[in-house]
Design a protein around this ligand. Structure first.
Ligand code: MG
Length: 386
């Protein structure tokens, strides 16, 4: 299936209309750009600029704990010697960051002091130590720095890391908690995908799964409770019920503080349990051995790619499964995460498809699989006029 047909069948006419350029054309253009990306006379200092950009969601996002139709976001640009790197901070309200907090944090940074942009450790240690928390704000700098450096090197990051793009996994398509009519509409949209992620934690959990099983009997599903299950015996029953319905794993079944209950469930559950809301940064992972079977890494939690790569390594050393996910984000941050995807077991990188006002062309999903393109940096190109 070509990309235009894929987008049309995925119900993404709006996105297709906004991006009438084929990926081949984008790749060719980017290859050409590889030799001309550098404008003459650029400053040999890192220059950071940014602006707020509210993400408009195509469907209301209903989770066990809240619902919303927009996500606050800040788009970042990092310039050096005529090259431009793009980054972003996405701030779902439950994570505690806002346009104001990210603006304050980014304004506090003096990146001009760094004359060599390849000093990733120096630059990101400085950013991290500037203030605690501010994870999405820190991620926006990390992502823009990676885009910038990849462009200077003329290579995409999955290549710089030595990864085989053929090993990128399928990505799941998320179906939220909603009315039967909306669930049916979203299952139709999910048809090009090979894995469906079902949001759970309210009273219609089983009904939603039954609708999916009726419409797409063979597709594997995974479940994200977003801390919504309140009773461990019920959770164990649900894990057995889901196992019989071709479910691969359960994400964040209980409140993030329920460590003992989660360990209890893990001992008995026929399905692996994956941590999401329970952790943010690298040091958090060590205490999960024996509590969860795996972790869901997101760049807005990990402060970006640099730490996310270390998280993958640590989780593997602990014999844990690794999933890479995202918030609602433009193709900028989603494609950044996709560069790491050849290293992971599961990917949930559909955040860009959930918004109506993307600003970039980036990684694509072909036959349900994450497809990385040979474009320097993160592998993104701005959509003209956005
Ligand atoms: Mg989750």
């Amino acid at each position: 299936m070509d990309r235009r047909k894929f987008l049309a069948s995925a119900g993404l006419g709006l996105v297709a209309a906004a991006t009438p350029i084929s990926i081949d054309a984008v790749t060719k253009k980017a290859r050409k750009a590889r030799t001309v990306a550098k404008t003459t006379g650029g400053s040999k200092k890192l220059k950071l600029t940014f602006f707020p950009y509210e993400l408009k969601l195509r469907h209301a996002f209903n989770l066990a704990r809240y619902s919303r139709t927009t996500t606050p976001d800040i788009q970042v640009k990092l310039e050096y010697d005529g090259y431009v790197g793009y980054g972003e901070a996405s701030m779902p309200p439950y994570l505690g960051e806002s346009v104001e907090s990210v603006t304050t944090f980014l304004n506090s940074l003096d990146l001009e002091q760094f004359t060599d942009p390849f000093r990733i450790e120096d630059i990101l240690t400085y950013v991290d130590q500037k203030a605690p928390n501010n994870r999405a704000a820190k991620a926006s700098v990390d992502i823009a720095l990676h885009d910038l450096l990849g462009k200077i090197m003329g290579q995409p990051w999955y290549k710089i890391w030595g990864l085989n793009p053929a090993n990128a996994p399928v990505t799941s398509f998320t179906i939220g908690i909603d009315t039967e009519e909306v669930v049916r509409q979203k299952v139709e949209e999910a048809r090009p995908y090979k894995l469906i992620k079902v949001k759970m934690g309210l009273d219609r959990d089983q009904e939603t799964v039954e609708i999916i099983r009726e419409m797409m009997p063979d597709i594997p599903i995974c479940v994200d409770c977003n801390q919504g299950w309140k009773d461990k015996e019920h959770a164990l029953e649900m894990c057995h019920w889901l196992k019989e319905r071709n479910c691969l794993f359960v994400e964040q079944p209980f409140d993030k503080e329920w460590i003992d209950e989660t360990a209890w469930l893990r001992e008995r559950s026929p399905l692996p349990l994956i941590a999401d809301e329970a952790f943010q940064r690298l040091p958090d992972i060590v205490r999960f051995k024996g509590v969860y079977d795996g972790i869901n890494i997101k760049l807005m939690k990990s402060t970006g790619l640099h730490e996310a790569y270390k998280m993958v390594t640590l989780a593997r050393a602990l014999d844990m499964k690794v999933m890479i996910g995202c918030m609602t984000e433009t193709s900028c941050a989603v494609t950044a995460a996709a560069n790491l995807s050849p290293l992971v077991d599961f990917a949930d990188l559909d955040g860009n498809l959930l918004i109506a006002n993307d600003r970039f062309n980036g990684m694509t999903v072909e036959n349900g699989k994450i497809t990385l393109h040979d474009i320097p940096g993160l592998g993104i190109t701005p959509i003209p006029g956005k």
